[in-house]
Write a protein that binds this ligand. Structure first.
Ligand SMILES: NC(=O)c1ccc[n+]([C@@H]2O[C@H](COP(=O)([O-])OP(=O)(O)OC[C@H]3O[C@@H](n4cnc5c(N)ncnc54)[C@H](O)[C@@H]3O)[C@@H](O)[C@H]2O)c1
Length: 463
């Protein structure tokens, strides 16, 4: 099918590339001229594992094109809207980019179009879109508006798109539902050439869930808010562990063994960030408020998360006493590993707070430094984890990239001023760290000193 994708960000670019990979003819538009010209000349504007290879492959066989939104609107029988929905100051989702796309569709499109919201939007946005199109379309446009929320995660977006647990569509007409089913059929059947796994192992067929538009829109916000709640919950448990001398790692592991709870999203740390959870929780609170529901539970989730960053800085302050003039290494800037995305990254908030007290930051991230430099230029950006640690009083692990787990601790010990690791993600092996002479501090009161190295080896669990 001829498909259009509007917005070539993390979601749009993945959607365009993967829809082309499963056999569709895709036109992807981008309004940022620098980004667009990069894409047209084969340069990636963002880092996402596997995505560059998929794009290269589908462009070679002529199934993916990049250009203007005006041209994209003319191209596709179905149009996926994947533009940003950032938060406004009051927490509402800013829908101006969506409205902008709707205006172009109303002006340019002739004949039938299926218009699909893939961006995360408040419930009833589909209804608003329909109204807007009916008021503004001038060329005899016939259309359906459907919702198709996206659940991919940055860092594994290609894998998530091609091998999802579920595909949710919200459609209020049979024609729209049938078209969406047709578009996704290769993924529902898991019948396509997988660009990631050469001998793609059999994945469970995803569940194709068709609902009305309002319900599909709500599924996305409710899912993200629920996951955010799990993170805030375990972060409060971490605070409690700190006070009573329990080990939050063991508590989380023990909880996660219950299949009704499950182990995912039970990692305590410096809080959730990124372009989804913080803004989606805010937006969901606002949606509830406007509908007369006081979702106070989520207000607490948000508050707990906001306090994580200050709580972590307090831990650093406790250890280093005076921060003015202290050199501190920061490992990891992205909001999570395997992405270069620093939007609402807790690492950046922590750096800003430390700098406000006069600390000198030396930072390293495998992929996110270019984007971080635009946000916080007055940091010494380093070539690797070792250079960042040179002459520092503490190393802070803020994003759990795999390479930080593989650091040569004995080499690191020769570089630092003071051997102190503060692990904001509880991601490092305490045993490795302390056996090389470092003091280890984790989230939730976890602390280990070099003289404890032997006992850690004897008590370490297999999980
Ligand atoms: N990033 C994620 O992990 C993720 C996951 C699921 C859902 N979402 C949702 O998907 C949406 C997009 O997120 P993202 O992370 O891809 O954002 P993004 O900022 O990376 O991408 C949006 C892109 O749309 C472009 N754009 C804006 N207006 C345009 C127009 N009129 N024509 C063409 N391009 C236009 C922007 O320049 C930008 O490149 C958001 O609503 C987000 O909440 C994101």
């Amino acid at each position: 099918m001829k498909l259009s994708v509007i917005g070539a960000g993390y979601v749009g670019l993945t959607t365009a590339a993967c829809l082309a990979q499963i056999g569709h003819d895709v036109f992807c538009s981008e309004s940022d001229v620098e980004k667009l010209s990069k894409l047209q000349s084969g340069v990636m504007p963002l880092f996402e594992p596997h995505l560059e290879d998929v794009i290269e492959g589908v462009r070679k066989v002529g199934r993916l094109h990049f250009g203007s939104t005006e041209d994209a609107i003319v191209w596709g029988d179905a149009i996926f809207i994947c533009v940003g929905t950032p938060p406004l100051a009051n927490g509402d989702a800013d829908l101006s980019a969506i409205e902008g796309v709707a205006r172009v569709i109303a002006k340019r499109a002739i004949g039938y179009r299926l218009i699909i919201e893939k961006s995360t939007v408040p419930v009833q946005t589909g209804a608003q879109l329909r109204k807007h199109l009916s008021v503004h379309s001038t060329k005899g446009l016939k259309y359906d508006v459907a919702s198709n929320p996206e659940f991919l995660r940055e860092g594994t977006s290609v894998e998530d798109f091609l091998h999802p647990d579920r595909i949710v569509i919200g459609a209020d007409s049979q024609r729209a539902a049938d078209l969406l089913r047709e578009i996704y059929e290769p993924i529902v059947q898991q019948k396509f050439t997988c660009p990631i796994h050469p001998n793609c192992p059999k994945h469970k067929d995803p569940i194709f869930l068709a609902t009305d538009t309002n319900s599909a829109e709500l599924i996305k916000h409710a899912s993200n808010s629920f996951l955010a709640m799990k993170i805030s919950f375990i972060n409060m448990v971490a605070n409690l562990c700190e006070q009573v001398g329990a080990d939050v790692t063991e508590v989380a592991y023990g909880m996660g063994l219950d299949p009704r709870i499950g182990p995912s999203f039970l990692n305590p740390g410096i809080g959730f960030g990124g372009f989804c959870f913080p803004k989606d929780v805010q937006a969901f609170i606002r949606i509830a408020e406007k509908s007369g529901c006081d979702f106070s539970l989520l207000k607490e989730v948000e508050k707990i998360n906001q306090r994580r960053v200050e709580h972590f800085v307090e831990q650093v302050r406790k250890e280093l006493w005076v921060l003015r003039g202290k050199k501190i290494a920061v490992w990891g800037l992205a909001f999570k590993p395997n992405t270069d995305d620093v939007r609402f990254a807790p690492a950046l908030s922590i750096i800003r707070l430390l700098q406000a007290e006069g600390a000198l930051i030396r930072a390293y991230d495998p992929e996110a430094m270019e984007k971080a430099k635009k946000e916080i230029p007055d940091v010494t950006y380093c070539h690797d984890a070792y250079e960042a640690a040179e002459g520092t009083d503490a190393v802070l692990l803020l994003t759990e990239w795999e390479q930080f787990r593989k650091v040569d601790w004995s080499r690191l010990a020769t570089l630092v001023e003071r051997p102190l690791i503060i692990d904001g993600r509880n991601a490092l092996s305490r045993e490795d760290v302390v056996s090389n002479g470092f003091h280890y501090l984790g989230v939730g009161g976890i602390s280990a000193a070099p003289q404890m190295a032997k006992s850690l080896v004897s008590t370490s669990h297999s999980h």
